[in-house]
Design a protein around this ligand. Structure first.
Ligand code: GLG
Length: 871
């Protein structure tokens, strides 16, 4: 590798080369030097926050050493590189994860071997915990000081975070590219039962996990016009785009450590800042203040994450974000490629770019622009390079989430890109015409430009398909659905092989080892794997099966669950101003029923809360008809319904669902008559670090989307990996979870995706009436049982079912939902052994859903990329 240091100086560099801390003592030395030198503090004023910062800086030092080595190794070997472009990386906290993944040399059991040398189970984390305690700090408290890196909305962003973990763990030469938002997803407050959004300024106390690369500044242009010279060349020829506004993209790098490997990959997040270019015109006019203000506005591009999940809000600033990030990332990728001095034709052999949903689709156009306009490649040669490089992951079939941008908006912001899109479309439609002559319907259906709407729009998903060599869905059912519904015509054009499936997964390091240390310990003891190798090879979990009915083991398993329920109860108490929702003595025999995810009508939290209301009303009826509380508790044993999740700030119905949940909680939790048999709680500000406490505590979790709407879901996998059972519809990855863990171990109910269209159609024409159980619930809501001050408060929720076609089929699934819930109660309370058996067998067979498996599938079937291991 080339270096800037003269050969004769190398010896000195070597002599003073930085080294990792390897022992608790060395860690302490490093820690103190960061307290004193980096933070300019001392033992007189080192609080928990400072201790968190100094610990993170110290751990980061170790990671950076491996980070540098990893990058050098990759530069030297020049393997095919993978770039994962995602507008969201919902990382959560970094320190605990780094402690689990980090490799110190003391961890290496067999020094001198290759990467097969493995770290001992908990070594470095335990070591640091002890070292911290000697320094006067409790590791758990220190970890709690870290703000979540909440640069994502939900599943899509968290998937990207799991993927970077697995790519590093699998030693893939893979970088993530995203945006460094100054404000992540808003913090949710619940005030009088309503969601209130407050800004999440997460960079408040400086972020020890980011490395600013101020020396790299990529100029990004917007607006302006295209100059094709005097004799009006064709748009297919190299053209000059004269930008009208310029900002700079500066990268911030986050080291991403793999588990039990010295590979540390990079997550590069771009931040916008003003150019230092001088606006002479303004200056001469004496308008200094205005010219500075205009420059300042550049920073707004990366100021805030758009808080919508599965919903498109076509704002110009969002399109600006997308282009800013795509252009900066591609500039970086192309610059790195050019260092290798390989011919352009080898670009797709050197690079694979995965686009996470359609948000990065402009990268396809930008690469075409770079190749044609800047590198002067022939249009078709360039296009063949582009399409061999990109692959596209679709995450939803819902219309309101599919990105479309008005021609006028896109053409104003990116005039040259719009021309290129027209040309891409022109050649594409010509090919289609050749294959299917005179099929005008087909041509207009698949055109990148949608003509039918008032404003002509660019359909980003179509552009992404046309510009990629593979398109994948995220669970089998979803991948089948895209082929038969939204992308049906493209299957006809390209054949079925272009479309594939990679079922989602989750990283077991964060979602088992980190979130549930007690279960992880029980597992490693039971399967005799003290070094936690099962976290790399989850098929090892099947060894648990033989203990599924072992009474002693069941007891240990149950104890772990009780511990985790206690931990969640403690969190809830803290959030609830110190007041317990579930009485301490009852935690053990209370079923924890949890639904945490973004609030969305298709996810059907409304059905869940209607179910709770149904339970409550029926309990009251039984009491009124003379039943004793003991009799009631036979049918409806102790249960707490826990909800959590954010609504998009502009999503009226979702916000109303949150309010209804809180209003029901208010009534139910204060009703003395039912004697604590039923409790309801909405956990405010659901995020990754709360999920790490919530997930291990579930007895039952709810994944009850209308069939065909949830592309995959990933929390379903997390809950099962933590020994919780699922109540769910035949949707998304629930289908494959069932296949893996066995249908006896999951509570499925409801209509199938194949029947949804017909049911919706029927709703429009026949008023088939509601099932009595649901009618009873809606009547109570309508009569103000939960809104005594304002009886009509929840009418929109009722109307959507009664008068607006019940699009999400709550009325069709409600009875099955209720009876399945009753079945759950019976198994949980009457047959604890059976329940524990199901729980153990679920964990034993959840291995398929490790994101390591996903990454291997992407690498083998889409990227054609190989791991790079250290010698
Ligand atoms: C989507 C889908 C989820 C999916 C996730 C990751 O709604 O079903 O699990 O991506 O693929 N927008 C999302 O969160």
């Amino acid at each position: 590798i080339e270096t800037t240091i003269p050969a004769q100086s190398r010896e000195i560099w070597n002599k003073h080369r930085v080294q990792k801390f390897n022992t608790g003592d060395e860690f302490q030395e490093r820690f103190i030097s960061h307290v004193e030198w980096t933070l300019a503090r001392s033992l007189y004023n080192c609080d928990d926050l400072a201790a968190y910062q100094a610990t993170s800086q110290s751990v980061r030092d170790n990671l950076v050493i491996d980070w540098n080595k990893t990058q050098q190794r990759q530069t030297a070997r020049d393997p095919k590189r993978v770039y994962y472009l995602s507008l969201e990386f919902l990382m959560g906290r970094a320190l605990d994860n780094a402690l689990i993944n980090m490799r110190t040399d003391t961890d290496v059991t067999d020094v001198g071997d290759t990467d097969e040398t493995l770290t001992k189970g908990n070594t470095s984390r335990e070591m640091i915990k002890n070292a911290m305690s000697e320094l006067g700090f409790k590791l758990e408290d220190i970890l709690d000081e870290e703000p979540d890196a909440a640069l994502g909305n939900g599943g899509l962003g968290r998937l990207a975070a799991c993927f970077v973990d697995s790519m590093a763990t699998g030693n893939y030469p893979a970088w993530g590219y995203g945006l460094r938002y100054q404000y992540g997803i808003f913090a949710q407050k619940i005030i009088n039962g309503y969601q209130v959004e407050t800004p999440d300024y997460w960079l408040n106390f400086s972020n020890p996990w980011e490395i600013e690369r101020a020396e790299i500044q990529v100029p990004i242009n917007f607006y302006g016009y295209v100059d094709r010279g005097q004799n009006e060349k064709s748009t297919l020829e190299p053209s000059d785009w004269i930008g009208g506004e310029r900002v700079l993209a500066v990268p911030y790098d986050m080291p991403i450590p793999g588990f039990k490997t010295s590979t540390v990959n990079n997550l590069r997040l771009w931040s916008a800042k003003p150019t230092t270019e001088f606006d002479f015109k303004k200056f001469n006019n004496g308008d200094y203040k205005n010219s500075v203000e205009e420059q300042q506005r550049a920073e707004s591009i990366t100021a805030v994450l758009y808080p919508n999940d599965n919903f498109l809000q076509g704002k110009e600033l969002r399109l600006k974000q997308q282009y800013f990030w795509c252009a900066a990332s591609l500039h970086d990728i192309v610059r790195r490629f050019k260092k290798g001095k390989r011919p352009w034709s080898e670009f797709p052999d050197a690079i694979a770019i995965q686009i996470n949903d359609t948000h990065p689709t402009l990268a396809i156009v930008e690469l075409q622009r770079i190749l044609v306009d800047l590198e002067k490649l022939d249009w078709h040669e360039a296009w063949s390079i582009v399409t061999s490089t990109f692959a596209f992951t679709n995450h939803t079939v819902m219309q309101e989430a599919l990105e479309k941008w008005p021609i006028s908006l896109l053409g104003h912001l990116l005039p040259r890109h719009l021309e290129i899109i027209y040309d891409i479309n022109w050649f594409f439609l010509q090919d289609v015409e050749k294959k299917f002559p005179r099929d005008m319907g087909l041509l207009s259906r698949v055109s990148i430009i949608e003509e039918s709407s008032q404003e002509r729009q660019v359909r980003m998903a179509y552009l992404a398909i046309i510009g990629s060599h593979k398109v994948n869905g995220v669970a089998e059912l979803h991948s089948d659905l895209i082929k038969t519904t939204i992308f049906k015509d493209f299957v006809k054009i390209y054949g079925a092989n272009k479309f594939t499936n990679v079922t989602n997964g989750i990283t077991p390091r964060r979602w088992l080892k980190q979130a549930n240390p007690k279960l992880a310990q029980l597992i490693s003891e039971t399967i005799n794997d003290p070094e936690d190798n099962y976290l790399l090879d989850m098929s090892k979990l099947t060894q648990l099966s033989k203990y599924a009915e072992d009474e002693k083991f069941q007891k240990k398993w149950n104890d772990v669950k009780q511990f985790n329920k206690q931990r969640l109860a403690d969190l809830i108490k803290k959030l609830n101003n110190g007041v317990d929702i579930i009485e301490r003595d009852h935690i053990r025999n209370t079923l924890f029923d949890i639904q945490v995810k973004r609030i969305h009508e298709y996810k059907r939290q409304q059905m869940n809360i209607f179910g709770v209301i149904h339970r409550y009303l029926t309990m009251k009826e039984l009491l009124q008809s003379g039943a004793s509380i003991e009799e009631v508790s036979k049918k409806y044993p102790r249960k707490v319904s826990i909800f959590g999740g954010k609504s998009a700030p502009g999503y009226y119905m979702a916000k109303l669902i949150i309010k209804l949940i809180n209003s029901v909680a208010e009534v139910v939790n204060n009703d003395k008559e039912i004697q604590d048999l039923l409790k309801v709680y909405f956990i405010p500000d659901y995020n990754v670090s709360k999920a790490e406490i919530i997930t291990p505590a579930s007895d039952l979790s709810e994944h009850i989307s209308t069939a065909g709407t949830e592309a995959s879901g990933t929390s379903n996998m997390k809950f099962v990996m933590n020994g919780g059972l699922i109540i769910g519809t035949v949707d998304g990855a629930n289908v494959e979870i069932t296949r893996e863990i066995g249908e006896d171990n999951i509570f499925l109910f409801g209509n199938l995706a194949e029947n949804v269209d017909e049911l919706r159609y029927k709703h429009q024409f026949h008023n088939k009436g509601l099932p009595a159980s649901l009618a009873k619930v809606l009547d109570a809501v309508q009569n103000g049982a939960f809104s005594p001050q304002n009886h009509s408060e929840f009418m929109p929720l009722i109307d959507s079912i009664k008068s607006h076609g019940d699009y999400y089929l709550v009325s069709d699934d409600f009875e099955a939902y209720i009876s399945t819930q009753e079945l759950v109660d019976q198994v949980y309370h009457k047959d604890k052994k059976e329940w524990l058996k199901k729980s153990i067998l679920s964990v034993a067979n959840i291995g398929f859903f490790s994101s390591d498996r996903c990454i291997e599938e992407y690498a083998d079937t889409i990227w054609n990329a190989e791991p790079v291991k250290s010698e």
